[in-house]
Design a binder for this molecule. Structure first.
Ligand code: HEC
Ligand code: HEC
Length: 286
């Protein structure tokens, strides 16, 4: 390719020396206004580079690193909270509940921790939903004392943690422990425990099946057993639904709720505050 630079006779502009089939490329200079803007932006970027935090580790001459500013603000806030945080760390959940100042700090912290971490499953304020127990009532699967609640939160339920709470209801239908008609009779008896038997004779027939197969976990009168996480089934509160077909489904092939442990994901003081908060929701036991 020829590289002879020459002046174009029509425009008077130099060519670049490139030529294709007799067509030559003009080396038209960039417009001045465009160049000035380009130089201005380069100059601006240099100034900006020095004044503001641009390179990791260098906060700029103006010292306006937002992250550092936030850290400072948080440090001040933590400083102010320190007396309460230390208080939470140094006291048991019972003691926190007995100290009005610590209690209101723990409840505020617990409420926001709960909204961030627990509400997706347990609902805002612990209202609960199908398969996820309400935490605001006085019916507990695993117990509602400070210790019970803290244990549930720390190690989870049917989780991978060594100290997890664990229990399993047998699959009476799927594992062919009981024939279908006995499962139906047991369900009728369960309905009768909350005064809802549709068929008194069938419920009576189910009484013995219940006593033999279910009472060891759910109690003679369906009062439940928190030491095994066996729900109370003589009330109107149901984890998986209280209709006859829902009860039959649970007996045939039970569902089991799982919660991952929170130890390791939340610090011990946060778990204490959550315990105090959950206990305060309405159903805390002494
Ligand atoms: C992914 C869903 C999920 C999240 C998130 C979750 N939980 Fe749970 N939680 C469950 C399930 C499911 C159960 C019931 C397990 C069972 O059936 O025994 C449960 C049970 C509990 C229990 C025992 C209730 C009882 O009646 O004995 C407590 C207390 C509890 N959760 C507190 C919390 C707290 C506090 C948080 C937030 C730090 C939280 N949970 C976050 C799913 C969850
Ligand atoms: C080994 C203990 C055990 C035995 C035996 C057992 N259950 Fe359960 N049952 C449980 C547990 C634990 C749960 C709760 C599962 C969960 O929390 O996810 C449960 C849940 C239920 C539920 C659901 C309650 C709700 O709130 O939705 C019903 C209904 C029920 N069982 C009925 C029975 C009947 C009827 C029998 C006997 C035929 C029986 N169970 C035998 C442990 C047992």
């Amino acid at each position: 390719m020829p590289t002879k630079v020459e002046k174009d006779s029509i425009t008077g502009t130099e060519t670049t020396g490139h030529e294709w089939d007799g067509i030559k490329e003009l080396n038209t200079p960039l417009p001045r206004w465009w160049l000035y803007i380009l130089y201005a932006t380069i100059a601006y970027s240099l100034v900006y580079y020095v004044l503001y935090p641009t390179i990791p580790g260098f906060d700029g001459l103006l010292d306006t690193n937002n992250r550092v500013a936030l850290d400072d603000k948080l440090a001040v806030a933590y400083e102010r909270q320190a007396v309460y945080r230390d208080g939470v760390a140094a006291h048991t959940t019972d003691e926190i509940a007995g100290d009005p100042e610590l209690l209101s700090f723990a409840l505020a912290g617990g409420r926001s921790l709960f909204a961030d971490n627990c509400a997706p499953c347990h609902g805002l304020g612990g209202a609960g939903q199908h398969g996820y127990p309400a935490l605001g009532d006085d019916v507990w699967l695993w117990g509602g004392t400070f210790d019970d609640i803290e244990t549930s939160i720390l190690y989870g339920i049917r989780s991978e943690h060594d100290e997890t709470r664990f229990s399993e209801m047998p699959a009476f239908g799927a594992d062919e422990i009981l024939p279908a008609e006995e499962i139906a009779a047991a369900a009728d008896f369960v309905l009768s425990l909350s005064g809802r038997a549709e068929d008194e004779a069938a419920a009576a027939a189910g009484a013995e099946i219940y006593a033999d197969n279910c009472a060891a976990c759910h109690g003679e009168a369906g009062e439940g057993d928190p030491s095994q996480g066996a729900p109370r089934i003589n009330d109107q509160i149901w984890l998986y639904g209280g209709e006859r077909d829902e009860i039959i489904a649970q007996i045939r092939k039970p569902q089991h709720g799982e919660m991952s442990p929170w130890v390791g994901r939340l610090d011990p003081d946060s778990i204490k505050m959550l315990t105090v908060y959950v206990h305060s929701l309405g159903g805390g036991q002494p």
